[in-house]
Design a protein around this ligand. Structure first.
Ligand code: 3PG
Length: 209
């Protein structure tokens, strides 16, 4: 199994982050994302049904699915057992990183400071999630942070919307952009799958050179 996140994401530069309140809606959501051109997705471990959502999405087969908001070794284990192909954390936790290494699954830890980035790099994590990207200062922050660390690649996430995408995607330090803008809590609550599909397609169009 590859532990390189870039190849696991299959070159996709958009990473939909999904917090799904009702696992029964997973099939329709997955169809909408796949129809919009998404190739991957991150299911956050923030809801009681997250493992069922992950399992259903994996079984669908249309997307490469990872687990997000993974805070503990135990969650990392459960995510991988359920079929997650990658693991994302909002912060840097050495136990989570170590367990993912043992499990042979790519891990993308969150960082918000140069110190956290140095820790992640020392642990061999060259791709990190800049979180929460927009409240931290957005692209200006990312560029300033990236300057001393040319070996680092970023997946900025947090507060990003379609309108911010182009400038993030144009930055060579950005591997991919993550976020929930194409499948927000409101879209999911209303079952607005046409809009999820439309926003996904719009984002994917922007990310294709
Ligand atoms: C995450 O867990 O990655 C974030 O909650 C996604 O951020 P967003 O909802 O602001 O896009």
């Amino acid at each position: 199994m590859t532990t390189e996140i870039g190849s696991v994401l299959r070159g996709s530069r958009i990473l939909p982050v999904l917090t799904v309140p009702d696992p029964d809606t997973t099939h329709r959501l997955t169809e909408a994302l796949a129809a919009g051109g998404a190739r991957c997705a991150e299911v956050t471990f923030r809801t009681p049904g997250a493992e069922r959502v992950l399992a259903t999405m994996v079984a669908h087969g249309g997307l490469t699915v990872g687990a997000g908001t993974v805070l503990t070794r135990d969650q990392a284990e459960r995510a991988v057992a359920t079929g997650a192909r990658f693991v994302v954390s909002p912060g840097y936790d050495e136990d989570v990183v170590a367990r993912c290494r043992e499990l042979g699954v790519p891990v993308v830890p969150g960082i918000a400071t140069a110190t956290e980035l140095m820790r992640a790099l020392r642990a061999g994590c060259h791709t990190v999630k800049l979180f929460p990207a927009e409240p931290l200062g957005g692209l200006r922050m990312l560029r300033a942070l990236a300057a001393p660390f040319p070996q680092a690649r970023f997946i900025p996430t947090g507060g990003i919307e379609n309108s911010h995408l182009d400038s993030y995607l144009a930055d060579p330090a950005v591997l991919a952009v993550g976020g929930s803008w194409m499948a927000t809590a409101t879209h999911l609550e209303r079952g607005d799958y046409a809009e999820i599909r439309r926003l996904t397609a719009e984002s994917l169009d922007r990310s294709t050179p």
